[in-house]
Design a protein around this ligand. Structure first.
Ligand SMILES: CC(C)(COP(=O)([O-])OP(=O)([O-])OC[C@H]1O[C@@H](n2cnc3c(N)ncnc32)[C@H](O)[C@@H]1OP(=O)([O-])[O-])[C@@H](O)C(=O)NCCC(=O)NCCSC(=O)C[C@@](C)(O)CC(=O)[O-]
Ligand SMILES: NC(=O)C1=CN([C@@H]2O[C@H](COP(=O)(O)OP(=O)(O)OC[C@H]3O[C@@H](n4cnc5c(N)ncnc54)[C@H](OP(=O)(O)O)[C@@H]3O)[C@@H](O)[C@H]2O)C=CC1
Length: 418
């Protein structure tokens, strides 16, 4: 399919329809979902793939009650975030802290014969190189950002990385950092005979960390049958276990990312960047560990989650996707730091809801009751048929597709008799 992208939309679509044997109904669906505003956002545009958006409620972040938009395809995630918010309610709720917001660009030198000499040259030209970086996109300075500092890392056998730390203002900063970093690389090439392999931002955003913390009386965690103190102790044990077993840590962190990814998507941000950075951070001690920590002290359950979150309040797709500005308004966030805090807070709430379910009734009771709706929809139930089909499925702990199909047929037959 050479030069496929040069073909007009209809020709591209018809070509795909022929080779994939799409039906008239399938083509109509593609046409129905087509959004003119999306056609130039990506390449080889075909249609717009929608995901459901909901809001997590019951969340108090830094003393403010908020409804946080979340975009996800997974049942029970938003219910769990709201449940977590309810469990972590206190006067201040979840508190958040962002110490700084710098993104790192790296210039990678290869086959360096004298790394020490290169390091000395780079560091003695720090002021000049930072100026070159700022000159590559001067409006960043007017936005309060700019190049802040340099670092050199010498890596075996003969690599050197020049790391540029850039305050990216209110943006996520990937394009900005790439522009500044490439400008610095060009300047270095002009003055120093060295092989530059590449210049690119790092998604390991260790200089853009956010911490969400909470402290709630253990009684708040109680279930119908288990005392709050016991639940809190078991949540702390689950958190300890995620520190020692990577098999569990990955699932523990997936639960946290259920919330984080859904907010990142709703806010028009780059979730691949967030995912890669967060999981690298989970491995920072040389092995993969749970990102959150929970502990009990004097009748209080404490929780803490620290993650790298290079999020943008402006730039990227934030102004292109029409729902993002509404979502920023719904979440009551006015800048990138608040967005980072809100997102981490949802991650912490998501985590406590999952852990509480896991160490008490098990995940399937709450999750599967909501998953049944998804199964009913997957076998073709309409929204009006959904309540009756899910009611029939409630008798099964883990209903199968065949059972869902049978339940739908039974509901349809019962409706015919009415
Ligand atoms: C599912 C619940 C919330 C049920 O929870 P419940 O205890 O049966 O329900 P409840 O009726 O007591 O409701 C508690 C709160 O949950 C919310 N809630 C309850 N139901 C709804 C609903 N239909 N729609 C919207 N919100 C709902 C709602 O906020 C409600 O408070 P209220 O507002 O009434 O004061 C609970 O069991 C739970 O939090 N479970 C965790 C579910 C979860 O984490 N799902 C993610 C998928 S599993 C996964 O991917 C990750 C995992 C689990 O593997 C991570 C890990 O292993 O760590
Ligand atoms: N590895 C990765 O993660 C990569 C990600 N990307 C993508 O890059 C995009 C994000 O890059 P990013 O540089 O943020 O986006 P943009 O390229 O959209 O740049 C942000 C722009 O926002 C404008 N702006 C307005 N107000 C402010 C402010 N207060 N602070 C900062 N900038 C402001 C600036 O333009 P002006 O100065 O003209 O006003 C700036 O150029 C995402 O789409 C991401 O997917 C791209 C490459 C790699």
């Amino acid at each position: 399919m050479t030069a496929f992208y040069r073909l007009p939309y209809r020709v591209r679509r018809d070509q795909l329809a022929r080779t994939s044997h799409l039906t008239v109904a399938q083509l109509a669906l593609l046409a129905q979902r087509r959004q003119a505003t999306d056609e130039d956002l990506i390449e080889n545009y075909l249609t717009t793939y929608g995901l459901p958006e909901g809001v997590a409620v019951n969340l108090r972040v830094n003393g403010c009650d908020v409804a946080v938009p979340m975009v996800t395809e997974e049942p029970s995630v938003i219910a769990a975030a709201s449940n977590g918010g309810r469990l972590l309610t206190s006067a201040t709720g979840i508190t958040t802290e962002v110490s700084r917001r710098e993104l790192m660009g790296q210039i990678v030198f290869s086959h360096v014969r004298d790394p020490q000499h290169l390091q000395d040259w780079l560091m003695s030209h720090e002021k000049k190189l930072l100026k070159v970086a700022d000159a590559a996109h001067p409006t960043l300075l007017t936005h309060g950002g700019g190049a802040r500092s340099l670092r050199v890392r010498i890596l075996p056998p003969d690599w050197v990385s020049l790391d540029l730390f850039i305050d990216v203002g209110e943006a996520m900063g990937a394009n900005l950092v790439n522009t500044l970093t490439e400008a610095v690389a060009t300047e270095i090439k002009a003055h120093f005979d060295v092989d530059i392999l590449m210049s690119i931002l790092s998604n390991y955003a260790t200089h853009s960390l956010v911490t969400a913390s909470c402290a709630v009386p253990v009684g708040q965690l109680k279930t119908k049958t288990i005392a709050g103190a016991t639940v809190a102790k078991r949540i702390a044990e689950a958190s300890d276990y995620a520190q020692v077993d990577p098999y569990r840590a990955v699932t523990h962190n997936k639960g946290i990312m259920n919330g984080i990814d859904a907010v990142v998507l709703a806010m028009g941000n780059d979730w691949r960047a967030v995912e890669s950075g967060v999981h690298a951070y989970a491995s920072r001690n040389g092995r993969y560990q749970g990102l959150s920590r929970w502990w009990v002290s004097a009748g209080v359950l404490h929780g803490e989650l620290t993650i790298p979150l290079a999020l943008g309040f402006v730039g990227g797709a934030t102004k292109v996707l029409p729902l993002v500005q509404i979502n920023q308004q719904l979440a009551q966030v006015d800048n990138a730091r608040e967005l980072m805090g809100m997102t981490a807070a949802v991650g912490l709430a998501q985590n406590v809801a999952a852990l509480r379910a896991l160490v008490t009734d098990g995940i399937q009771r709450g999750h599967m009751s909501l998953q049944r709706k998804s199964l009913a929809l997957s076998v073709g139930a309409t929204p009006t048929e959904l309540p009756a089909v899910t009611q029939r499925l409630a008798q099964f702990k883990q209903p199968t597709t065949a059972q869902a199909t049978a339940a739908l047929q039974a509901v349809r037959q019962a409706n015919l008799k009415k």
